[in-house]
Design a binder for this molecule. Sequence first.
Ligand SMILES: Cc1cc2nc3c(=O)[nH]c(=O)nc-3n(C[C@H](O)[C@H](O)[C@H](O)COP(=O)(O)OP(=O)(O)OC[C@H]3O[C@@H](n4cnc5c(N)ncnc54)[C@H](O)[C@@H]3O)c2cc1C
Length: 418
Amino acid sequence: MDSYYTATAKSKVIYDKLQSDIDTDICIIGGGFTGISSALHLVNLGYKVVVLEANQPGYGASGRNGGHVGIGQRVDQFYLEKKFGWHKAKTLWDMSIEAVDTVKNLINEHSIECNLKHGDIHFAHKKSLCSDLQEEVEHLNKHYNFSGTYIERDCLQDYIGTDVFYGGVIENHSCHLHPLKYLQGLTLAATKAGVKVYGESLVSEYNSSPTLVKTEFGSVRCDHLIIACNGYIKNLEPKINGYIMPINNFVIATERLDEKLAKTIIPLDTSMSDTRFVINYWKLSGDNRLIFGGGENYTKRFPKDIKRFVQRYMLKIYPQLATVAVEYGWGGTLAITLNRLPHFGCLSNNVWFMQGYSGHGIAASTLAGKLVSEAISGDPSRFNVISGLPTLKFPGGTLLRWPGMVAGMLYYTLRDRF
Ligand SMILES: Cc1cc2nc3c(=O)[nH]c(=O)nc-3n(C[C@H](O)[C@H](O)[C@H](O)COP(=O)(O)OP(=O)(O)OC[C@H]3O[C@@H](n4cnc5c(N)ncnc54)[C@H](O)[C@@H]3O)c2cc1C
């Protein structure tokens, strides 16, 4: 993958493939944030842990994303309150704050150098959305531990170098980072604590009781299995993959911007995003490149020219960057659920899964690892808060979910334009 992240991540560690039959307490399939955070939390509780990754850790969405570590769930608190009542909505909010704090604490505890910066601004791309945004901030400030500020259109020039937006919300609890450096730092911390990580070890199948996980050249017998494959799961476990829909999303990185230009487009060095259904999200990297994510597709292939595909979204916001070179363009696959809430659960008492973060997964998947470690070590109460959320299968199953979903997505994409 020719991404800015792979070009600039420091670790050159290659994890060897599994080539024997081994026993362990916990086996984890998938070396993204979900898998590695689970491994780290479980090894710290005294378990023997093995991670099997089909490629190398960070190959999936965890090593390709926008790097925005945002508070809140993927859906807003009004929706959660209406759907589940105040108490559950507040619990989900608190967990989202804990998720971001867990990321920050892990970075701190393991001295992970990953260009961590603070603050986020969310912009209204239509005038008609400003009152909703303003109402939401007031509600969050009053009823939740949130301290955001609504920015009127007249003041936006202090926060962003464009006049295409109508209002915005700034808050400083969210942060942003270089996701592959963060993932590699977590993986290193996990291996130092005793986790065995195997790369190039695609799991072809597993059997329950006794739980035996098979790869081409080896196998793992374990007491507990965690499936942490998210959008890359394919047909590994048909009982869960019908609840998620894999979606491709794309990111570019420009050449380095000079300090003055960087300061004019993102004066406070925050992460930024807008209210579009197919969201645009952007930020400055540690070396002052604009990392811009926008556009998605619902086919099995990525666009041929990702740089151009995403650049047009960037230029709609920052036309002044027309002559700035785009040096990297890449894509990744995330998993969305129908209601955009994460999908966690347990099959046959010892096969755990966490997936479906719906594009809001850096913090949530890090927390998922903590929650599953609590559950496996005897207290499933917090894991059950998420696993108890209602989830629906995509209509049409894994084959026929595509046409309905694509039609729905295109409808909302068109609505973004008017
Ligand atoms: C382009 C893009 C931008 C995004 N931007 C943001 C953002 O800014 N902020 C945010 O919070 N979230 C963002 N997300 C979402 C976020 O990246 C994900 O929610 C999160 O990384 C999910 O982590 P994960 O560990 O569950 O899955 P992944 O990181 O996808 O890891 C799954 C791993 O499982 C492995 N695997 C699959 N099948 C097997 C098998 N059979 N055997 C062995 N290994 C297997 C894969 O190789 C992969 O490495 C974005 C996602 C994408 C794609």
